[in-house]
Structure formats: C-alpha cells, structure tokens
Ligand binder design. Structure first.
Ligand code: 5GP
Ligand code: ZN
Length: 116
C-alpha cells in the first residue's frame, strides 16, 4: 500500500512521535489527542480494518492488545486505559489501515458511548 498514510508512517516516510516498534507492530501518538494519553497501535503489514481481517491476522491482532498495557504504563496511564478500534462506515473509521486507539491518562476517560 504505497500511498496508505499509516503504512507510510510505519515505514518512517511520514514523521510521527513513535512510542513502540517491533517487527510486526508500530505505535505512535495520535496527532489530535482526545485524552492526555492517545496512541495508535498498527500492524506494519497493511490490513484495512477489522472487517477485512482474516484468520491469518490472528497473531498480529492479539499482539496489538498484548502491547497496550505496556504502552499505557510507559506513557502516563498506569492505572488502566481504554482500547478502541473504529471499524468501517458504522464504526466511523477514518483512516483505512487497522489501528487500535489506546486512550487514558491520570483521570477516567469518560462514558463509553452515548446511549441511544
Ligand atoms: P479513526 O477515526 O480512523 O479511528 O482514527 C484515525 C486517527 O488517526 C484520528 O484519531 C486522527 O487524529 C489520527 N491521525 C490522522 N492522521 C494522522 C497523522 O498523520 N498522524 C498521526 N499521528 N495521527 C493521525
Ligand atoms: Zn496501510
């Protein structure tokens, strides 16, 4: 995915404030943070969304969650955090490269969603 924004960030072609990287994952601060901690964890390999992920992505999906606690603890949210994965049109996903938002900080993050 030559022109995918998050593929380009993971390759270092577009600058970001990196907080974690390994062979499979890349994590960086959201450019427009919603909470004092707001990082995005992405697979380096392009996956469009949870809706298009397959059985072959199981390991990397698990690893995205497995690093969340470490990222939160190291970046100012040691007492918990929230993971959000917006998916597709209904989930109002804006960037079409799978990403988990890790949000937190010193204070509770607020209600999960407005109830209908
Ligand atoms: P979505 O709505 O797709 O779940 O979230 C996309 C997130 O990516 C948004 O929170 C937005 O602020 C963030 N974002 C969009 N473009 C960039 C960028 O160029 N750099 C960084 N660091 N974050 C971005
Ligand atoms: Zn991509």
């Amino acid at each position: 995915m030559d022109n995918c924004l998050f593929c380009r960030i993971a390759r270092g072609e577009i600058p970001s404030r990196q907080v974690y990287a390994d062979d499979d994952l890349f994590a960086f601060h959201d450019i427009n943070p919603a909470r004092p901690l707001h990082v995005l964890v992405i697979p380096r390999r392009h996956i469009t969304s949870l809706a298009t992920s397959t059985e072959a992505d199981t390991l990397v999906l698990g690893r995205m969650l497995a690093v969340a606690n470490q990222l939160a603890t190291e970046n100012g949210s040691p007492d918990g955090f929230r993971v959000i994965i917006n998916t597709g049109r209904i989930g109002q996903q804006e960037v079409q490269h799978l990403h988990a938002h890790i949000v937190g900080g010193p204070d509770p993050v607020g209600p999960m969603l407005k109830r209908v």
